[in-house]
Design a protein around this ligand. Structure first.
Ligand code: HSE
Length: 437
């Protein structure tokens, strides 16, 4: 006897939503085989204010603009939340979970801000939240970490989690394209958030790190735990100077389990040009993960854009319909709401190498004064680089430090910023030495 179809309701019909509808319509037969039952879209909610170019792609009769009309639809077992944002999205996800419906979401901002609360609501109502699409688009890192690598204690994670930033940095590095132009292209290609400030400020990367680090380290990581810097202050000069030293610049999310505790950060970093993660270009994302049993693993895939993200949403949907994910969600006690706060490291007890660039007055004694401040903070200099050309009275002075305490480097940079011979804020970029696999 044919299996009864599973009914799906979709909230939001923008870039990702329309990609999901396209897959579910075009691949219906294949998905029915994979899930063991047909999957049917019963309703698509698109608020009047969200109607856009993609809305026209919704099959006739499915579209509603009213929330109550959407939730009144009979036989809707699973809700796909693809609206984005945190206010309306939280309201609809809670309502769906309270009605005992499973939720699939691509919403990293929502889970970063309210994940633990929503996971608890899900559990109370014997429903599940599936969220592979929230991090790294079509690159299945959550499934890998939660299920396939469940045997491991994770020691470190280094990731390129934002396609827009990686696209911009690739364009600036490989093509010499200006930042504003590259950002406009990323928006046009559908990689960027509705408000691209979230991408370039590092906020979107931070949201994903909050989710992934919570899962990796069994801790309830929160946004306030992650110091976050974006790519909006970077200049071509830093990219060029880094390249001269054999480094590529990347916006990295980092989580490291050190003897002093967990360190978390988002910011531009230099990586050796021959590291695999340096070869991750354009809108591709990657995550380098170190597990105590498995060693080094690397995940790579398209992290942004319509169909890669739709691929992750539909993958979650199929696993829910097939029954595997719901059972795992109910039984595993590894979700952030069941975990304690992380034990964060004291930044005076963790070390790294740094690139420090300042605009210094091109005058006698300035280099010595910068070196003196670094010395006062116990930061040892490994190399100094200054080109002969100055811009007006100023010249770019670059110092590469030996391994130094992160807290000390930050305090030294703050003191250098106050010096009367320095113009503007120093640029401080961590140089990553990847652990041995
Ligand atoms: N704006 C995000 C990015 C989309 O550029 O990576 C995927 O989360």
């Amino acid at each position: 006897m044919a299996q009864k179809a599973v009914g799906v309701g979709l909230i939001g019909c923008g870039t990702v939503g329309s990609g999901v509808v396209k897959l579910l319509v075009e691949q219906a037969e294949w998905y029915a085989q994979r899930a063991g039952r047909p999957i049917e879209v019963r309703r698509v909610l698109c608020r009047a204010e969200d109607v856009g170019p993609h809305t026209a792609q919704v099959p006739e009769g499915l579209l509603v603009h009213d929330l109550d009309a959407f939730f009144d639809t009979p036989d809707m077992d699973i809700i796909l939340e693809l609206a984005g944002g945190t206010t309306f999205a939280k309201q609809v996800v809670e309502r769906a979970l309270q009605a005992g419906k499973h939720v699939v979401t691509a919403n990293k901002a929502l889970l970063s801000a309210h994940g633990p609360e929503l996971f608890a609501v899900a559990r109370q109502n014997h429903a599940a939240i599936a969220f592979e699409a929230s991090c790294l688009g079509g690159c299945p890192v959550i499934t890998a970490m939660q299920f396939n690598l469940a045997a491991n204690r994770i020691s470190a994670m280094y990731g390129i989690f934002n396609g827009t930033c990686n696209y911009i940095l690739t364009q600036m590095t490989d093509q010499g394209q200006a930042y504003d132009e590259a950002l406009a292209d990323a928006q046009q290609l559908g990689f960027a958030e509705a408000d691209p400030t979230l991408d370039v400020s590092g906020g979107d990367t931070m949201h994903k790190l909050v989710i992934l680090a919570s899962l990796a380290f069994g801790a309830r990581v929160e946004e306030k735990h992650v110091p976050c810097e974006g790519i909006d202050r970077l200049e071509l000069v830093d990219i060029g100077l880094g390249a001269e030293m054999g480094y590529e610049i990347k916006l990295l999310a980092i989580a490291e389990q050190t003897d002093a505790g967990l360190t978390l950060s988002v910011g531009p970093c230099f990586v050796h040009a021959d590291e695999p993660i340096a070869q991750v270009k354009s809108s591709f994302n990657a995550m380098s993960l170190y597990g105590h049993a498995v060693g080094h693993t690397l995940y790579y895939g398209r992290g942004a854009g319509q169909m890669p993200t739709a691929s992750a949403v539909v993958g979650d949907l199929i696993n829910l319909v097939a029954g595997s994910y719901g059972a795992l969600f109910e039984n595993m006690a590894t979700w952030p709401d069941q975990q304690p706060a992380p034990k964060l490291a004291d930044l005076d007890r963790v070390t790294a190498r740094y690139y420090l660039r300042v605009n210094a007055l091109d005058q006698p004694g300035v280099l010595a004064r910068v070196a003196e401040v670094l010395g006062e903070h116990g930061v040892s200099i490994a190399a100094v680089n200054q080109h002969e050309q100055s811009v007006g009275q100023f010249v770019s002075l670059v110092v590469i430090t030996h391994e130094a305490a992160t807290g000390a480097v930050r305090r030294a940079a703050d003191d250098i910023a106050q010096m009367d011979v320095i113009d503007g804020e120093p640029i401080c970029i961590r140089i990553i030495d990847m652990p041995e696999g």
